[in-house]
Ligand binder design. Structure first.
Ligand SMILES: Cc1cc2nc3c(=O)[nH]c(=O)nc-3n(C[C@H](O)[C@H](O)[C@H](O)COP(=O)(O)OP(=O)(O)OC[C@H]3O[C@@H](n4cnc5c(N)ncnc54)[C@H](O)[C@@H]3O)c2cc1C
Length: 638
């Protein structure tokens, strides 16, 4: 045994296991200080955006039975498509901010557990989903708002304008801002168009709106903040010409109370361009809009814990890029059970079967401790007894009942390996991959079931029926049949099938907007993590050019997913995890540094130290006793 090893061993032995755990405890303390991420931390929008952040706390009072309409995006923070769409939606909200008196642009994060009830009620299964809810809206069976099936800003604007005009409301309908969307007809004149208007309205702008266009509606909405102006739509050619409008050259005109008509030619045939032309014309007459209404209240966004704590986690993950972390596995399970499944209103037929299968493999191959295993086992038994239909609400209630009955289940509250450089990146979808890789490996190492497809089938069913990233689910299903998922011959091939499929997704998403710049999508594992996995050293990251050594890849995957090697960094309640695994882990940590001989020597030294301490103590005590006859007590007695 070397001198250095002896010194380290002595320190460990003398200070005992408590001291050996210090680095872990320091990390735990760091994480304990960090408050659990609140749901708003997950969201894709913040106070800098014009998107009204909706949640269970404000949804009803903002959207239901209002005198304005609402455009609501139901999204999932972790869905790549939602992330890619977020900048577009911010742009939509920015542009339609001036419509806010008539329609607000909001978004609700269905990945936030607290919003489960709302996302379930509105039967949202694809993300992102855009719905329009009009003034006075109340959800009812078969009426959860009208879908806007577009992700193009101009088209969204136009669809929304169409819905608003179809409300057939007037400004008298307790919203004084509501524009008059009725068309001007041939019977109207320069005086009738001012009838019933307040004297503040000095001008009426007439906008030519061809069939199937919403340019007039949009112009009216863009100019809500101009009290001196009323915008009206004209579609009839005879009426248009009466007001000096030529659909080919001058598509709009402004009429004043004296009856003067001035035609204008906007640069483009769009709402923004028409309203800009009118704004310029009014500006020249020194007419101004009303000051911008106070900003709509945005929900407070709590900043992600202390930057230094986030940094500590990222540093840990950068040091150990291929580690599998207990915390991520738990977060995946928690999100699946608390968020994804309860969000589904009715779980019947294929969906119910998929859930039963998923819970079956989760119960067999989960990484949780005793409480977690109990909970999963009972939850599975509960779900299996249904053969017709179960509701998301019933599932949620049973889950809550079991969790409160069985005590704490999860040892951690944060992602670790799946932590993104920003809270909007990585997270749940990363942890879901991690969980499925983990389960394919557990199945391959376990004799409990001989079915080679059990985990892949459960995963396929889960992704198809519950995964909140609709786009991902579609891609995955297409890939699964292309890669012949149902022909996988054995459990080890199942591990490799998932590995290769995941690498295909990595390749497709490399350089995508959803990629975390600090965690670029690579062909996994990197050569640095597993050089034996590469038959040809120095291959590029393009999988097509990598000559994989699949045996080495398989043992690498088995290794990193071995429960003994799963990292417990960031775990706060280690006592909830399997004690045996923990003991083995500690033993492994020590035995990887010291040989058996070293260990025996260490134990001898330990025993020797204790004997020496006892002897020293006795000598000291004895010496102290002999001194006593020469001392004096407080009264001076000998
Ligand atoms: C089934 C499924 C399908 C998806 N489809 C899409 C999609 O179509 N479009 C889209 O935008 N997003 C999709 N996603 C999300 C996307 O794949 C990533 O999860 C997300 O972009 C986060 O990426 P990440 O960098 O955190 O790493 P992830 O790709 O999520 O990987 C998580 C961790 O797994 C490990 N890993 C990486 N590759 C492998 C591998 N080949 N084998 C074993 N372990 C590996 C790494 O340690 C990595 O950190 C899908 C997710 C899932 C679960």
């Amino acid at each position: 045994m070397s001198g250095a090893q002896l010194a380290i061993l002595t320190v460990i032995v003398l200070l005992g296991t408590a001291t050996a755990g210090v680095p872990l405890q320091r990390y735990e303390a760091l994480l304990k200080q960090q408050s659990a991420p609140t749901d708003d931390q997950l969201g894709l929008y913040d106070d800098n955006d014009k998107v009204v952040q909706l949640s269970v706390a404000n949804f009803n009072e903002t959207v239901l039975e209002q005198n304005h309409g609402s455009l609501v995006e139901f999204y999932n923070t972790y869905c790549g498509h939602c992330r890619r769409f977020a900048p577009t939606y911010k742009q939509v909200a920015e542009q339609l901010h001036s419509w806010q008196e008539v329609v607000i642009v909001g978004a609700i994060d269905c990945a936030a557990e607290e919003n489960n009830g709302i996302c379930r009620t509105y039967e949202v299964m694809g993300y992102p989903t855009l719905r329009y809810m009009g003034p006075g809206f109340q959800p009812s069976v078969k009426n959860y708002g009208q879908d806007l099936k577009s992700q193009d800003p101009a088209e969204i604007r136009s669809l929304l304008a169409g819905f608003l005009a179809a409300e057939n409301l007037t400004s008298s309908t307790n919203n004084t801002y509501w524009p008059n969307f009725h068309h001007v007809t041939e019977n109207d004149s320069t005086s009738t168009i001012f009838e019933g208007l307040s004297s503040l309205r000095e001008f009426v702008a007439l906008v030519y709106e061809p069939e199937n266009s919403t340019v007039g509606i949009e112009t009216a909405l863009f100019l809500l903040q101009w009290p001196a102006l009323q915008v009206r739509r004209v579609s009839d050619l005879a009426a248009a010409s009466k007001f000096k409008i030529d659909p080919t050259s001058h598509q709009l005109s402004i009429v004043n109370r004296k009856g003067d008509i001035t035609p204008y030619a906007p640069a483009e045939q769009t709402g923004p361009s028409y309203s800009e032309a009118i704004r310029l014309a009014l500006g020249k007459k020194n007419i101004t809009p009303r000051p911008d209404k106070a900003e709509l209240q945005h929900a407070a966004v709590t900043a992600i814990g202390e930057k230094s704590e986030h940094k500590a986690i990222l540093e840990e993950v950068h040091r150990n890029k291929h580690f599998v972390y207990q915390a991520d596995l738990e977060q995946a399970i928690r999100t699946v059970l608390h968020n994804e499944v309860p969000k589904v209103n009715e779980i019947g037929g294929e969906r119910l079967l998929a859930l039963q299968r998923f819970l079956g493999v989760l119960q067999r191959y989960n990484p949780l401790g005793h409480n977690g295993n109990q909970m999963l086992s009972k939850l599975k038994d509960y779900v299996v007894q249904f053969n017709q239909e179960l509701t998301g609400k019933q599932f949620e209630q049973e889950l809550q009942r079991l969790e409160s009955q069985l005590g704490p289940i999860y040892s951690s509250t944060h992602f670790v390996g799946c932590t993104g450089s920003s809270p909007k990146l990585r997270g749940f979808s990363c942890s879901l991959w991690t969980l499925f890789h983990f389960m394919t490996v557990q199945a391959a190492e376990n004799e409990e079931s001989l079915d080679p497809l059990e985990v892949l089938q459960a995963m396929h069913g889960y992704i198809k029926n519950f995964f909140g990233c609709t786009e991902c689910a579609d891609h995955f299903q297409a890939m699964a049949s292309r890669r012949k998922i149902w022909s996988v011959p054995n459990k080890e091939e199942a591990v490799l099938w998932l590995w290769a499929a995941h690498n295909e997704v990595n390749q497709r998403l490399a350089g995508d907007d959803t990629e975390d710049p600090q965690f670029p999508k690579i062909q996994f594992p990197s050569e640095k993590s597993c050089s034996q996995c590469y038959r040809t050293p120095g291959s590029t990251s393009d999988q097509m050019e990598i000559n994989w050594n699949k045996d080495a890849v398989l043992s690498f995957l088995k290794n990193i997913n071995n429960p003994q090697f799963v990292s417990r960094y960031g775990v706060q309640r280690e006592d909830l995890l399997h004690a045996t695994a923990e003991k083995m882990r500690q033993k492994r940590q020590i035995s990887s540094v010291f040989s058996d001989m070293d260990m025996r020597m260490g134990m001898l030294l330990y025993a020797f130290c204790i004997v020496m301490m006892v002897v020293a103590f006795k000598l000291f005590a004895f010496k102290g006793y002999r001194k006593k006859p020469y001392g004096h007590d407080l009264l001076g007695k000998v």
